[in-house]
Design a protein around this ligand. Structure first.
Ligand code: B12
Length: 213
C-alpha cells in the first residue's frame, strides 16, 4: 500500500501537480505512513528526478516551478505532521538559506526535524544576508548557526559567513553547521565550518555531537 502512495507522490512532483501532491501527502499520513519515510521514498525522489530532467534540458523553468510549488505544498503538510519534541534539548539553532539563493524546501525539512528532536529553532527563511545571520544570532542567543545553499554559486557565502564571524570576534561563540545539495564534508573542512550534514537526520546527529550529547 505504501508503495502506491510513494509512487503517487513521486508522479505528482514530476508532473508538477500540486493538488495530487497534497492529496498523496494527506492520504499517506492518514494511512499511518511515517512523515519522513513518505518524504524520503516519495516526494524527494520526485524532486530529484525533476532536478535531473532540468539539468539535462528535458524540463524547463516553468515546469520546474510547477514541480517546486507541488513540493512546497506537500512539504508543508508533511512538516506539520512531524511532532514537536517534548523534551527540550539545550540548543538554540539559528538557520537560513544564504543570500542569493531562494531554495528552502530542504531547509524547512531540517527545521521540522530539529524541532521534533526538541531543539529550539529560529528560521530566518531564504536569501538571508550574512549580517542578518550574525545580528539575529546575537539577539537570539544562538548556540549554533546553520546555513543552507543549493547553488554552487552561493556556496561561497557560507565561507564568507565563517570569515565575517571571525572578523567580528564571534567565531568561537558559535558552532556552525552547513548543508545543501552541492555542499560536502570537504567544503566544510575547507571553510572551517564545525559540521556538515547530508540530510535532516544527519543534521540532528551532528547537532547533538556539537552540543556534546
Ligand atoms: C525545487 C528547485 C527549485 C525551486 C526552489 C523552490 C523552493 N522553495 O525551494 C525554484 C523553482 C524556485 C528553483 C529556482 C532555481 N533553481 Co533550482 N532546483 C530545485 C531542485 C529541483 C530541487 C531542490 C530541492 O528542493 N530538493 C529537495 C530537498 C529535500 O533536498 P535539499 O534541498 O538538498 O535538502 C536536503 C539536504 O541537502 C540537507 N540540507 C539542506 N540544507 C541544509 C542546511 C543545514 C544546516 C543542514 C544541516 C542540512 C541541510 O537536508 C535536506 C533534507 O534532507 C534542484 C535539483 C536538486 N536535485 O537539488 C534544483 C537546482 C538546485 N536549481 C538549480 C537552478 C540552476 C535554479 C535557478 C538558477 C534556475 C533559473 N534559471 O532561474 C533558480 C535559482 C534561483 C535562486 N536565486 O535561488 C540548479 C543548481 C545548479 C548549480 N550548479 O548551482 C539545480 C541543482 C537543478 C539542476 N540540476 O540544474 N529551483
Amino acid at each position: 500500500m505504501s508503495e502506491k502512495i510513494f509512487q503517487e507522490a513521486f508522479d505528482a512532483i514530476v508532473n508538477g501537480e500540486a493538488d495530487k501532491a497534497t492529496d498523496a501527502a494527506k492520504r499517506g499520513l492518514d494511512e499511518g505512513i511515517d512523515p519522513l519515510l513518505l518524504m524520503d521514498k516519495g516526494f524527494i525522489p520526485g524532486i530529484n528526478k525533476v532536478g535531473d530532467l532540468f539539468e539535462t534540458g528535458r524540463l524547463f523553468l516553468p515546469a520546474l516551478i510547477y514541480s517546486a510549488t507541488a513540493m512546497e505544498k506537500a512539504t508543508e503538510i508533511i512538516n506539520a505532521a512531524i511532532p514537536v519534541g517534548k523534551e527540550l534539548v539545550s540548543a538554540k539553532i539559528l538557520i537560513g538559506t544564504v543570500e542569493g539563493d531562494v531554495h528552502d524546501i530542504g531547509k524547512t525539512i531540517v527545521v521540522a526535524l530539529f524541532k521534533a528532536n526538541g531543539f529550539e529553532v529560529m528560521d530566518l527563511g531564504r536569501d538571508v544576508p550574512i549580517a542578518r545571520f550574525i545580528d539575529e544570532a546575537e539577539k537570539y542567543g544562538a548556540d549554533i548557526i546553520g546555513s543552507s545553499t543549493l547553488l554552487t554559486t552561493t556556496m561561497v557565502v557560507q565561507k564568507e559567513l565563517e570569515q565575517e564571524l571571525k572578523k567580528a570576534g564571534l567565531r568561537e561563540k558559535y558552532k556552525t553547521i552547513i548543508g545543501g545539495a552541492p555542499v560536502t564534508q570537504r567544503w566544510a573542512d575547507r571553510i572551517g565550518a564545525d559540521a556538515y550534514a547530508q540530510d535532516a537526520g544527519d543534521g540532528v546527529k551532528k547537532v547533538k555531537k556539537l552540543m556534546g550529547k
